[in-house]
Ligand binder design. Structure first.
Ligand code: SAM
Ligand code: SF4
Length: 340
């Protein structure tokens, strides 16, 4: 049987790791290419790119997603590199939307190409978008992203709002001495708009890309700064809401999320699985242990074989990341080749 045919995985077991964590969320990196060079993600010269032939086709990604959905994956986030630089993303969204078991599809983008893409993504069935934006100052934006145009991102956010995406979530990686002076300006945006601002701690995943780790600032420190402009009220933890701890400034329309992979890691409840654009499963963002699905996929494996590979990989998911251990050096892949 051709490996890409639609054979059913009957009675597939749920994907559960050896610590009894149910794996239900797949981060699907569709490309390692990016139109920016953010200082916390990539070195200035960029990173070695995968051969085009190494990158999974959409058909291959869909097959993996279908098998995973049959075993309990319910949420898929499309990421990259920059997902919108790959042609046909809206078609991929539409196909993912047809998969039985997938209840939630979202995308993380830098927003540069969003203005043109928002309508097609919406029509394809996408409901949720996260936009990475670390400064509201056009000059600083150019510096942080090494050349990006803030106006393009703002136009993308506007287009997404016009298309009805709600809530729009903005991801801010906070770096001491670079954009920490803007923490309160970002937080203040939630007073007038129903936008969600999510502060993400800088992660020293790849030898800090080009940054010194002294730029790290904890979410506790970020909250302290926000409390200077208003009362920060904790919101109840919503089931399935992910790793962000949610707060709201009193009287605000939007919410504030704090994602603290280092200072308050959420490994004990981690339900994530990552698929890189070249077909490797990673069960932990910070662990280089990967399982190759591409070779079996291209060699004619069955759906049951694929599921077996996924289940075995998941069974070895580490209990927690080791990024704060003295022995941790860096990951073999940068963030843009994993998908964040
Ligand atoms: N290009 C898209 C974007 O920037 O939204 C998607 C891929 S990017 C690798 C996914 C997320 O990882 C982004 O929100 C980005 O800010 C975050 N990220 C990248 N490097 C990081 C780092 N060193 N520490 C914390 N977050 C990082
Ligand atoms: Fe590109 Fe996203 Fe990495 Fe920035 S964070 S360089 S936009 S992949």
């Amino acid at each position: 049987m051709n490996c890409l045919q639609n054979s059913a995985v009957e009675h597939a077991p749920a994907l559960t790791d050896s610590f009894n964590r149910r794996i239900s969320y797949l981060r699907l990196s569709v490309t390692d290419r990016c139109n920016l060079r953010c200082v916390y993600c990539m070195p200035a010269e960029g990173v070695a790119l995968m051969d085009h032939a190494a990158i999974l086709s959409y058909e291959e990604m869909l097959r993996i997603a279908r098998v995973a959905a049959g075993a309990g994956i319910t949420k898929i986030r499309i990421t990259g590199g920059e997902p919108l630089v790959r042609k046909g993303i809206a078609d991929l969204v539409a196909e993912l939307n047809h998969l039985a078991g997938i209840a939630d599809i979202s995308i993380t983008t830098n927003g540069i190409l969003l203005e043109a893409a928002a309508g097609a993504l919406r029509r394809a069935g996408l409901r949720r978008i996260n936009i990475s934006l670390d400064t509201l100052d056009p000059v600083k934006y150019k510096q942080i992203t090494r050349g990006g145009d803030l106006a393009a991102v703002l136009a993308g956010i506007h287009a997404a709002r016009m298309e009805g995406f709600s809530p729009i979530k903005v991801n801010v990686v906070v770096m001491r001495g670079i954009n920490d002076a803007e923490i309160t300006s970002f937080a203040a945006l939630t007073m007038e708009r129903p936008v969600h601002i999510r502060f993400i701690e800088f992660m020293p995943i790849n030898g800090h890309a080009g940054l010194d780790k002294s730029v790290y600032i904890s979410n506790a420190d970020i909250r302290e700064k926000i409390q200077t402009i208003g009362e920060l009220l904790p919101l109840p933890i919503e089931p399935g809401a992910g790793p962000a701890r949610l707060y709201q400034l009193r009287g605000a329309q939007g919410k504030l999320g704090f994602i603290s992979p280092l200072s308050n890691h959420f490994c004990a409840t981690c339900n994530r699985l990552r698929l890189t654009a070249d077909g490797r499963l990673r069960t932990c963002l910070f662990s280089d242990t990967e399982t190759d699905l591409r070779l079996p996929l291209r060699s004619g494996c069955s759906d049951a074989d694929l599921l077996g590979l996924m289940a075995r990989a998941i069974f070895t998911k580490p209990f927690r990341h080791a990024v704060l251990e003295p022995s941790f050096q860096k990951c073999s892949r940068g963030m843009s080749a994993i998908g964040g």
